[in-house]
Ligand binder design. Structure first.
Ligand SMILES: [Zn+2]
Length: 478
């Protein structure tokens, strides 16, 4: 027998290259690393702590590839508002009024949503720098939650698309990125520079930021294409093609680019994305909530483009639940396919089941190893393999009625919107438990809710945004 720190037993969904799913398996951990994975009957490890067994599921920590965590304070407020109302009425004002301490309070509930449901790694795109240390508040909350983070600090300067007070010069944006990088990067956190998208800064600045990311060997994380890109490019650059075409023309498009949403491509752009090794963060839950039936993931999946699943900010990703997003990946694509078929799209061949896109297994793959690849972290995390770091979720399904009976285990998990938080027995990051029996080991979620409730009330008054609350509610609130 070999001594180790921890042995987890149960059905082990490894997400390794062979897609091994061990019905009665084990994972052994020593320090921050996985030292053994295999069939329980062959296990030669003896752990100081041993958990799981019959009725348990062991999966890699989930990876969320897109978020704006500071938007916790405006959670769900998008519903019932127009674009103008939300963007200029409360979106910028309320998140912009968050200094370091407020950003910490604002980000903590969505962070707890993630980690309590098994997400161990999150990307974040932070672009409200009215208070320069707002981003530090988010990073502090992520650190206290014990998660991994790929933080992108987005610089905005375009006078048309950016509200007064949120614009920065390129020099300031990059200098601040350097500061945040120096203060926060460690073995769990990386920091990079970006901008929201093509229309949010001058083309020269866009090029410079992309060059910074290549020089620093970091990701260039960009929302693309956006609905405004084509007009902007035509007006400002005389460019007739699509957003990815333009980025390629500028020499920006390469394996360090990750594009969030990446919907409504122009013909040929999907092939370009594949050929340049660009990564995609699909955001299906938000797309579906907004009723965007043209959601398209199929051309990426079928062309082996690296895809992860992301949530976006809580202002539009209301429940902030990656399990719901896994389910939404399937339902959004399937409804889109049906829509395209009804619209007479000849590329859709309905033969009974051929048209049904994907599977629960595919969705779980995208939310684990897919996300790790999309964030360029798959040498460290994303699967349960010897040598990788021990980011692991142990689920106790013995009281989970939505997962019983277990013949279709992964389907039960994904279509049932995941395990309930109390069934999440342990969440480990680098071999350390951050969640025990559904509760965070360090952060008191009741206190986090209390502080976040109080912050929202303050911000609504301070920024005069109260008028948007329940603005079109059919209820008689009294
Ligand atoms: Zn976003």
């Amino acid at each position: 027998m070999t001594d180790c720190d921890l042995v987890l037993r149960g059905t082990v969904l490894t997400m390794d290259g062979e897609k091994r799913a061990l019905l009665d398996g084990f994972v052994a951990v020593s320090g921050n690393k996985i030292v053994g994975v295999g069939q329980n009957r062959d296990c030669t490890f003896k752990g100081k702590e041993e958990l799981g067994g019959e009725g348990h599921i062991v999966i890699p920590g989930l990876v969320n590839t897109h978020a704006h965590l500071v938007q916790g304070c405006i959670r769900s407020m998008a519903e019932g508002t127009t674009f103008e109302e939300r963007f200029f009425g409360f979106y910028y004002p309320m998140t912009g009024a968050c200094d370091e301490e407020r950003s910490y309070v604002s980000a903590m509930p969505p962070i707890l949503d993630l980690v309590r449901r098994g997400v161990t790694t999150t990307a974040d795109d932070h672009f409200t720098h009215k208070h320069k240390r707002s981003i530090d508040g988010v990073l502090r909350a992520v650190r206290d939650a014990g998660m991994r983070c790929r933080m992108a600090r987005l610089m905005l300067s375009d006078p048309k698309n950016t509200q007064e007070g949120f614009r920065e010069t390129l020099d300031v944006g990059l200098a601040e990125t350097e500061r945040v990088k120096k203060e926060w990067e460690n073995d769990k956190t990386t920091v990079t520079a970006s901008t929201i998208g093509i229309t949010y800064c001058a083309p020269e600045e866009f090029r410079e930021i992309a060059a910074w990311t290549r020089k620093n060997n970091r990701q260039f994380d960009v929302h693309a294409p956006s609905v405004m890109d084509t007009r902007y490019l035509a007006e400002r650059r005389g460019w007739k093609g699509g957003s990815f075409d333009w980025m390629d023309h500028e020499g920006i498009l390469g394996p360090n680019v990750i594009a969030a949403h990446a919907q409504t491509l122009r013909p040929g752009e999907a092939d370009l994305i594949r050929d340049r090794g660009v990564k995609i963060s699909l955001v299906p839950d938000m797309e579906q909530v907004l009723g965007l039936v043209e959601f398209q993931a199929r051309h990426y999946i079928e062309n082996n483009v690296v895809c992860g699943i992301g949530l976006d900010g809580p202002v539009v990703a209301y429940g902030h639940d990656l399990w719901t997003a896994m389910r939404a990946l399937l339902t959004a694509q399937r409804m889109g396919d049906q829509h395209r078929k009804q619209m007479g799209d000849k590329s859709i061949h309905w033969t009974g089941y051929e048209m049904i896109f994907g599977s629960a297994e595919l969705a779980l793959e995208l939310a684990t190893i897919g996300g790790a690849k999309a964030l360029g972290m798959d040498d460290t995390i994303g699967s349960l393999e010897v040598g990788k770091e021990a980011d692991i979720v142990l689920i106790d399904r013995r009281g989970e009625t939505q997962m019983s009976p277990p013949a279709s285990l992964v389907q039960n998990l994904v279509y049932g919107n995941g395990p309930s938080p109390e069934a999440v027995k342990r969440v480990f990051v680098q071999g350390k438990a951050v969640i025990k029996d559904g509760e965070h080991v360090k952060v008191d979620r009741r206190k986090a809710v209390e502080a976040s409730d109080k912050l929202q009330a303050t911000l609504l008054e301070e920024t005069d945004a109260r008028k948007f609350v329940r603005i079109r509610s059919p209820y008689r609130w009294m």
